[in-house]
Design a protein around this ligand. Structure first.
Ligand SMILES: Nc1ncnc2c1ncn2[C@@H]1O[C@H](COP(=O)(O)OP(=O)(O)O)[C@@H](O)[C@H]1O
Ligand SMILES: CC(=O)OP(=O)(O)O
Ligand SMILES: [Mg+2]
Length: 456
């Protein structure tokens, strides 16, 4: 923390309490000093003097992750918690605050992200160990990760207009947006005093040029229905860009990268001068690379040959969420699950795969990723600062990184095997895995964070 001296006051504390008559003088003086954190409260204002917090929510189809931050610039992380296994019970509850870690199996049925969110809030407020967060009254903002933001280029505050607009394209990412909007709906009704801000995965990709984002279909139909490439995982990509640029000591707007966000949903992005110029996901998060339960790219005609039920509504649909049988199969019943029976890539990325199907799944992933690296290397004119691995698989699978980097030898990429085997340490956001310290593109791993509620 930076500290400083306002004449007569030693600013060694994050929160300064002072007489009401002095608050405006100290606030003004603080704003003129290069201080990182400084919040000034009047001693008469006890409620205000409590540190307010920001709650950040990342609702997925099978997990809900929340983080608490202090309401200051930059926000400081207080604690995080998550419920996983919503679709594969029993649910697991975890939290972490500094060195304190806790994990338990939940006996209650938490079948929806909204139930999981309620449970998380209740537990976090009740847990004595999480003393910095005590009630919803402490919350200043709730920041929601929304995967599909349509044409929104920036985060927006939820009001009637923005909320109804988001509802209008809820069906474009039914598995992601529905869960997130359920929680937004809940916050609007149950916590009306706390402002909700929505951050979009798609916003980072608004810079993708027209020929790249346009599908070769009738443009009247395309425009009327918003049918174009949007791209996702953008909250993660902007975190990675900021972190890697800082690590390389380059301005973000001069940084060129090929970044993989490969977790249970997987995508890859070409970043030129700090802007996304292409990414593998498209109109929905189904396009591009295969994932835990997603097919990734297929010939669209396959849909009509797979089952003649394709167009019918899937039994998984509800009154609020509509999903066709084809969407259900390609999003939820494909990928690693369909090929091998497991969604856990750590069972697939092993030196001696247990079955031929596991080996095939690994080889398919390598093949598809290589195709994109080659494509993006050309689009970036060979001028790359580095190739970055992130997401659960990218951060943890030394074998996948090694296999891919060895195949990219012709692009000047090389791996330090010991650094790769070790991987990034706890709290190490970016790690260089490149061979030698010479010039040329770096091979990096970045432990990404999709809950950081900062504008890019
Ligand atoms: N050691 C490992 N090797 C390969 N894959 C791993 C390893 N550990 C975790 N994973 C994979 O990471 C994925 C989860 O990625 P993550 O980005 O954390 O989650 P999500 O995409 O659900 O947000 C899971 O599919 C899991 O199999
Ligand atoms: C966009 C997307 O696929 O998100 P996730 O990886 O969280 O499923
Ligand atoms: Mg994810």
């Amino acid at each position: 923390m930076s500290t400083g001296i306002v004449p007569g006051f030693d600013l060694g504390a994050e929160i300064i309490l002072c007489k009401p008559t002095l608050t405006s003088y100290i606030r003004k003086t603080c704003s003129e000093l290069p201080l990182d954190h400084c919040i000034v409260y009047s001693t008469t204002d006890n409620r205000e003097a409590r540190m307010k917090s920001i709650l950040s929510v990342n609702a997925g189809s099978s997990s809900v992750k929340i983080n608490f931050y202090t309401f200051e610039n930059p926000p400081r992380s207080i604690a995080d918690a998550e419920i996983s296994g919503i679709t594969a019970p029993p649910p697991i509850f975890k939290y972490q605050q500094g060195d304190k870690k806790h994990k338990e199996q939940v006996d209650e049925k938490l079948g929806t992200p909204q139930e999981a969110f309620n449970y998380l809030l209740k537990r976090c407020f009740e847990t004595a160990e999480l003393s910095e967060i005590t009630s919803v009254d402490d919350l200043q903002y709730i920041c929601h990760r929304i995967v599909h933001g349509g044409d929104y280029r920036e985060a927006v505050e939820i009001n009637d207009e923005t909320y109804h607009h988001l509802e209008s394209f809820e069906d474009l990412a039914p598995l992601h947006n529905f869960s997130a909007l359920e929680i937004v709906r809940h916050c609007r009704t149950e916590l009306p005093k706390v402002k909700s801000i929505t951050f979009f995965d798609s916003a980072f990709h608004h810079t993708i040029p027209e020929p790249v984002r346009t599908y070769a279909i009738n443009q009247e139909v395309a425009k009327a229905n918003g049918l174009r490439k949007y791209g996702f995982h953008g909250i993660s990509y902007s975190f990675i860009l900021r972190s890697v640029a800082q690590f390389l000591k380059k301005p973000a707007e001069k940084t060129n990268l090929i970044v993989m966000h490969i977790g249970s949903g997987a995508s890859i992005c070409a970043i030129k001068d700090g802007q996304s110029i292409d990414t593998s996901m498209g109109l929905t998060p189904l396009a591009g690379l295969p994932g835990a339960t997603r097919s990734g790219d297929i010939d669209p005609s396959l849909v009509f040959h797979y089952t003649n039920e394709a167009r019918k509504l899937s039994p998984a649909s509800t009154k609020e969420m509509h999903i066709s049988t084809a969407e259900e199969i390609l999003n939820k019943k494909s990928g690693w699950k369909a090929l091998t029976g497991t969604t856990d890539f750590s069972e697939i990325a092993v030196p001696n795969p247990p079955t031929k199907a596991h080996k095939l799944a690994f080889d398919i992933f390598v093949d598809r990723i290589l195709g994109y690296i080659g494509n993006y290397y050309l689009k970036l004119n060979g001028q790359i600062d580095g190739v970055v691995f992130s997401g659960g698989i990218g951060e943890k699978s030394a074998l996948l990184r090694k296999t891919l980097v060895d195949k990219c030898h012709c692009l000047g990429l090389g791996l330090d095997d010991a650094a790769n085997d070790k991987g990034p340490g706890d709290g190490e956001t970016v790690k260089d895995l490149s061979q030698g310290s010479g010039k040329g593109p770096r091979v990096l791993v970045c432990q990404t964070n999709e809950q950081v509620c900062l504008r890019s």
